[in-house]
Design a protein around this ligand. Sequence first.
Ligand code: NAY
Length: 292
Amino acid sequence: AADLGVLMAAIATPYDADGAVDTGLLSTLVEDYVSRGVEGIYCCGSSGEGLLLSADERTAVVETAVRAAEGRIPVVAHVGALSTREAIELGRRAQRAGASALSMIPPIYYSFGIEAVLDHYRAVLDAVDLPLIVYNIPQFTGTEFTLETAGELLGDDRVIGLKQTAHNMYALERMKAAFPDKAYINGFDEVFVPALAAGARGTIGTTVGLQVELFQAARRLLDAGDLVGAQRVQSRINHVIAELVAVDVFPAAKYLSGRSAGGAGALRDCRRPFRPLSEAARTRLDALGATL
Ligand code: NAY
């Protein structure tokens, strides 16, 4: 399996003037990311508005990203869905499209309980012949994966790792200590350096495509044992994140991502109910973009 402990961009999904997925722009964006040193593409996640897309749209995004990446970097397909049936269908389609791995949030909305959640994961693993990265994002899903709840999945050979979009470094370290051979992937760009220190390798993030050079620099400094230097780079990363979060992180990052594919805003606004960016927000982001 491809090494997934790398710097992966959680890619935005571009739309055309009619609001349909713009596969041409998506290919351009992937090409730009590859040329700038992004080491993997994560499709249809939070940043990619995966849960706001139809199954056919999600499939088209994965197919396009795989085609554009041309095997140079891995493409991970997020196939999380409320129903097990849909997650399986999305997983099968991602496999046919040539994705390197699947990733999946637990089912949301109903409080299913951990046994149902684990069954959901097992059903997808049984139905699809691709390795899987568990997506831990408790703030959105209400389910937190820790050693206690994710141990069974981490013990499964088909699960290659876990994406920790949570600030719980202790839980991350405990999982790593118990299952050291799995890939732990940071999911909050603002704690990249702390997560590497806790045992993660690589990251999947909204801002990776905007500032991959800084992520590379932080990793390099940490590898060289320069924690203070790495922390300084993390601060620069966080300055950008704070600006994006002050606007609205996903619409803001999507706006700036357009800069390498036709100009800021070229990917168009996130789908409703995300609110369109105001003129004031665009102006603020343009100023930020000039510093990147
Ligand atoms: C995805 O699925 O798009 C991601 O993996 C992105 C993870 C993002 N998590 C959340 C909760 O937004 O990149 C982070 C995040 O945008 C960033 O750290 C700023 O908070």
